[in-house]
Design a protein around this ligand. Sequence first.
Ligand code: CU
Length: 153
Amino acid sequence: MSIKIKTFASLSCALALSFGVVSAAQAAGADAISVKDAWVRWLPNNLPAAGYATLVNASDKPIDLVDISSKDYGDAMLHQTVSNGSSQKMVMVDKLTVPAHGQVSIAPGGYHVMLEDAKHKIAPGDTVRLTLKFSDGETIDTPFAVKSPAQTK
Ligand SMILES: [Cu+2]
């Protein structure tokens, strides 16, 4: 009887250990990228809104932002504003690399997340959520503060 109890105790100990290892590995992955200063410049009349944020990579490898989606908008895509003398145009961006131990800003004049086809009424003061997917397998669902068009950051 005492042998059975001992076997059971060491089995549960081994299980606890392996679960501990798994969650530590997941935590390390989740910590590689963090999102700072996330906000949306809202525009009236159902015009597309623009999402901005700073992505910080704490790991020692470059990580790419590879996909963006939102439950609040039908369409969310990464664009880059390219100026070409006096005119500006937007180009689609497939991926955005966040350098190792570095950061990249999605900010006015450079990159923006084009947000179209709002799924419900959204106004300044609201919070929307964007889901960012990265090349290391990380997915971050993060709040963006909705601000008026007069805001620049
Ligand atoms: Cu755009």
